[in-house]
Design a protein around this ligand. Structure first.
Ligand code: ARG
Length: 279
């Protein structure tokens, strides 16, 4: 109950806004198997950027989700190291194009989950505190976190979004428009079986897919490199809920190899604790 209240409090100050009808750009097949996302449809999606001396610009490194006006949830493997300097990151919010002319948001604090070692060992989540709360608008709005007892199944409507590669060997070309793909959740036990098969049972004595993971995607549909940290959202009782954070996978959207995500509900208590103790 308390957590429900908290999740609701998160959204105060950023009321639900109707997305504007998106301008239709030339269709592109992207994320893997997706297409251009309409402006304002996924207002929590952000790009985590790092400075490139080569390009003399802030460049996209990972996706992320606004979960509170002042907090972004991303993947821990997107952060250089535990004590990364917050000033080496910027957040872009509110635009489906990666390199528009909007001001980037500064980060004042980076919190990597204490249990994180490698993505495939779990706890692949990190929080970034924005120096100033984002101005919520039709295109900038936090997403609701999964509740602790939420059960998503393959019958739920779920989507992955990001600016990552279109295939194992293909980058998203300019103008770098956000991509969306409708994916099916794959039950953990089946996902484990698929990954055990794919790794020829080399890991039969240990679990590959942890309880703190959720799997989603199918042949030709799913996240790829550069989508990491970004959202897997599912429609729960009419509202979009953050269910996963893009974490890892064998290849990208290969047959019988779903994408692996950090299961957000596992980390909700940790997220709430961090946000409370930092505010
Ligand atoms: N870890 C990758 C990244 O940094 C991509 C994760 C999604 N991957 C996948 N291969 N299914 O963007």
């Amino acid at each position: 109950m308390l957590s429900l209240l908290f999740v609701t409090l998160f959204l105060v100050g950023c009321s639900v806004a109707k997305p504007p009808a998106g301008a239709i750009d030339k269709e592109l097949v992207g994320i893997v198997g997706g297409h251009n996302a309409p402006q304002g449809k996924w207002p929590w999606q952000v790009s985590l950027k790092v400075y490139s001396y080569h390009w003399a610009a802030w460049v996209h490194r990972c996706g992320g989700s606004l979960i509170h006006p002042q907090w972004v949830l991303t993947a821990a493997h997107c952060i250089h190291h535990r004590n990364a300097d917050p000033s080496t990151y910027r957040i872009q919010a509110g635009d489906v194009y990666l390199y528009g002319d909007q001001t980037l948001l500064s980060v004042s604090q980076v919190i990597v989950h204490p249990d994180f070692v490698y993505a495939h060992l779990g706890a692949d989540v990190a929080l970034l505190r924005l120096a100033e709360p984002a101005d919520c608008s039709a295109n900038v709005k936090p997403v609701k976190l999964s509740s602790l007892n939420l059960k998503v199944t393959r019958k739920d409507e779920c989507w992955v979004t990001g600016w990552g590669d279109l295939s194992f060997f293909g980058w998203l070309p300019p103008p770098f428009r956000l991509q969306e793909v409708n994916v099916q959740v794959v039950e953990n036990s089946l996902c484990e079986e698929l990954y055990q098969n794919a790794s020829r049972h080399r890991y039969k004595d240990r679990r590959i897919i942890l309880d703190s993971n959720v799997c989603a995607g199918s042949e030709g549909r799913g996240p790829c490199f550069g989508d990491s940290g970004g959202p897997l959202v599912c429609k729960v009782r009419g509202s979009w809920t953050l269910v996963g954070v893009v974490s890892w996978g064998y290849g990208c959207a290969w047959r019988d190899i779903p994408g692996v995500f950090a299961r957000v509900q596992t980390y909700v208590p940790w997220i709430q604790q961090q946000i409370h103790s930092s505010s």
